[in-house]
Design a protein around this ligand. Structure first.
Ligand code: GLN
Length: 452
């Protein structure tokens, strides 16, 4: 049924970069046989899942939505992919994203944008717009995303779906194409909190192949989503993430959701995190620095696109031609920014200062979590904007990441849950819940309570 829905809506939505119908059906048949033989897989055995095309999967090409990796087949599977398969989930295909996860609208994909199923003229958010749109268009019941500065949560908000960025280290990054390694985290996307929690449970947990993986028990996310009870919980509304610059319809729905949690028994207080004002500037130094370093491996020698390899060009020329053609404008902008920030003589002023500010932002969180169990805010200042509206204005695009970035910088858990549609335009609004590191269950607890 999901494959049929993909056939029906893909021409309009373009959520997927690759789908292999036969492979998916064959896998489904194998899982059926395993279940019939009494094998214990996972509670999600047999459920289809869409996977962001940033994860290595041997079954389909892995491109990171970049022309530089067009047609590349990974020789191995990401740990998350292995866990999905061991759990009996059936991978439907690879979903679209901003090139190397760099963007907030999926418009920087090298293979064309994804359209928001709520309004095909609008962006589905980014970078994980493909996974979110696939859920909203009922092309898949579950999806995998990655979140470096909001790429799971902001698309969830724009499409009225659920997305959770687990605690940094909670889900293995092994086999996930690196964007900014100290910020990247893989997580679940779904249409409700319980489904997301079930998927979280399947993919999370220690992996010795990821040196930043946490060797700690997975937080009790499924129980929390089932319990969905916020009685006695202390919830902090972040003063700095609201007010001027936020669409009235977003503020209205957010306020109603907070009132709903209060009516359900939570104690709501206002909390100030003054350093969040610097989070955007901090992120847009640290992320490009790490990205420029990670993307240096696309040197046209080891894998991917190779242009000018005709005996007439030097190694440097081949590299320059290949990177020049293979990378898109946004990725190039970030490589240049990051290379500059890391260069001798500037390193201390830019990267070094940003790292210090990152520590102060983490301290703001720590101080807030002394007073409350969870923090809440809108996910984004606006609802989904029109395709093309911000492509020529990177700063306006970056501003949309205001609310999601602090939790990546601090490595804490955060999720996006639908809280109705904006009275301004009838488009979905996302409610963000942030909890301390390894408090992922608290994120689901609040998110699930909103669904009641
Ligand atoms: N929108 C943010 C950016 O452009 C976040 C991307 C992400 O989380 N991968 O960097």
């Amino acid at each position: 049924a999901f494959l049929d829905q993909i056939d029906a809506v893909e021409p309009a939505v373009h959520a997927f970069l690759a789908v292999d119908r036969d492979l998916a059906l064959r896998r489904a048949g194998e899982v059926d046989a395993q279940i019939a033989a009494g094998e214990r897989l996972s509670p999600l055995a047999g459920v289809p899942v869409a996977v962001k095309d940033l994860l290595c999967y041997q079954g389909l090409p892995t491109t990171a939505a970049s022309r530089i990796l067009e047609g590349w087949m990974s020789p191995y599977d990401a740990t998350v992919v292995r866990r999905l398969q061991a759990g009996g989930l059936v991978i439907l295909g690879k979903t679209n994203l901003d090139e190397f996860a760099s963007g907030s609208s999926t418009e920087s994909s090298g293979y064309g944008p994804t359209h928001n199923p709520w309004d095909l003229e609008r962006i589905p958010g980014g970078s994980g717009g493909g996974s979110a749109a696939a859920l909203a268009a009922c092309e898949a019941p579950l999806a995998i995303g990655t979140d470096t500065g909001g790429s799971i949560r902001q698309p969830a908000a724009m499409t009225g779906t659920v997305g959770v960025k687990p605690t940094y280290g909670g889900v293995s990054r092994f086999g996930i194409i690196a964007m900014a390694s100290s910020l990247d985290q893989c997580g679940p996307c779904a249409r409700n909190a319980a489904d997301a929690a079930a998927l979280h449970q399947v993919i999370a947990g220690y992996d010795p192949q990821d040196s930043t993986s946490l060797d700690r028990p997975v937080p009790p996310v499924r129980q929390a989503a089932e319990r969905a009870d916020v009685t006695g919980m202390r919830i902090g509304v972040v003063r700095e993430l609201g007010g001027e610059g936020y669409a009235p319809g977003v503020e209205a729905r957010f306020g109603e959701a907070v009132a709903q949690l209060e009516a359900a028994g939570a104690e709501v207080i206002e909390v100030s995190c003054p350093r969040f004002e610097q989070a955007l500037a901090t992120y847009y130094l640290i992320m490009p620095s790490e990205l420029s370093s990670n993307l240096a491996r696309y040197d046209a020698m080891r894998y991917g696109l190779r242009v000018g390899d005709d005996g007439q060009h030097s190694v440097e020329q081949v590299m320059r031609l290949s990177r020049g053609q293979g990378f898109g404008a946004e990725v190039k902008r970030r490589i240049i920014l990051g290379t500059y920030a890391l260069s001798a003589g500037y390193y201390d002023a830019y990267y070094g200062s940003a790292q210090k500010m990152r520590t102060l932002i983490a301290r703001d969180f720590a101080a807030a979590f002394d007073r409350v169990d969870a923090l809440v805010s809108p996910v984004a200042p606006t609802t989904a904007f029109k395709l093309g509206e911000k492509v020529d204005d990177p700063l306006a695009m970056y501003m949309g990441d205001l609310c999601t970035i602090p939790s990546n910088l601090a490595g804490i858990a955060a999720g996006s849950f639908p809280c109705g549609v904006s009275p301004d335009d009838g488009l979905p609004v996302g409610f963000q819940v942030m909890a301390p590191a390894l408090g992922d269950d608290q994120v689901y607890r609040v998110g699930a309570a909103l669904e009641r």
